[in-house]
Design a protein around this ligand. Structure first.
Ligand code: 0O2
Length: 235
């Protein structure tokens, strides 16, 4: 890559391309707009989840959601995934093939709540479900569990309506604890985690699943089905 005050030349295996300052500014603006749309889609989903949580709390005196976190993938992380998945490096292809640029994670008290929140969100008629990956029913080989819904949600801009893809992950506190530790370990070892540690992690995922089952059973013994009674209170 060679830059002068007037231009930037990028050389790749396919050859060299030179961009003027105007072209660079237009590319920057286009990319900013691209990320901004994901941010708006993410906020729409956050609002929907917040409404469900407040309604549950007010009407049923029960809060099935422990916490909600969201993020728009960083530019570096998008580029890494584009390269890893061999996606064409144009914004349309990236929109089509990288479906977790906007992500909302809903951490629930119990497995049943994770499925219930999933149903309540995905049944809303302005939401289009593109794909569901049920890693709770079918955990990954490493033990990862979570229910992923890739959805499209409309966002209304001054230029009109755009459909934004958002990945929503539903999981329990135990699944979240496991995934966050596994993520740290994965990055610490740069993906090359020692076999012994991998085996321990998979084993720990089993322990987390047992804890989930046990806590849900205890909760049911105390209160009946989570959230079933109008006056239900969480443990
Ligand atoms: P971050 O930091 O959350 O942005 P991929 O698995 O990414 O190659 P795909 O098909 O998009 O491809 O994956 P999937 O299954 O939809 O998973 C996307 C996200 O789910 C990940 O995003 C993680 O948040 C989470 N995830 C999936 N598998 C694992 C796992 O084995 N361990 C942990 N801890 N999280 C997982 P990112 O971009 O990896 O990370």
């Amino acid at each position: 890559m060679r830059a002068t005050p007037e231009s930037l030349t990028v050389t790749t295996g396919a050859g060299a391309a030179t961009f003027s300052p105007e072209q660079l500014r237009a590319m920057r603006d286009e990319f900013q707009r691209f990320l901004m749309e994901y941010g708006f889609g993410m906020r729409e989903v956050e609002t929907k989840i917040g409404i469900l949580r407040d309604e549950f709390q007010t009407m049923h005196d029960y809060n099935p959601i422990e916490h909600v976190s969201s993020r728009v993938k960083s530019a570096d992380s998008i580029v890494e995934k584009v390269v890893r998945k061999g996606v064409e490096p144009d914004l349309d292809s990236i929109r089509r093939h990288i479906t977790d640029i906007a992500g909302v994670r809903v951490t629930c008290s119990f497995v049943k709540d994770a499925y219930r929140l999933f149903d309540l969100l995905t049944q809303q008629d302005d939401i289009t479900v593109l794909e569901v990956k049920d890693y709770i029913a079918h955990p990954k080989a490493n033990g990862y569990k979570s229910l992923h819904a890739i959805v499209q949600i409309p966002v209304f801009l001054s230029s009109g309506r755009v459909e934004v893809t958002v990945e929503v992950q539903f999981r329990t506190i135990a699944m979240d604890f496991w995934a966050s530790l596994e993520h740290k370990i994965y990055y610490k070892y740069d993906g090359d985690v020692p076999a012994g540690l991998l085996a321990e992690l998979t084993d720990a995922a089993g322990t987390a699943a047992e804890l989930d089952a046990r806590m849900e059973r205890l909760h049911r013994e105390l209160h009946g089905e989570p959230g079933a009674s109008p006056r239900l209170t969480a443990v």
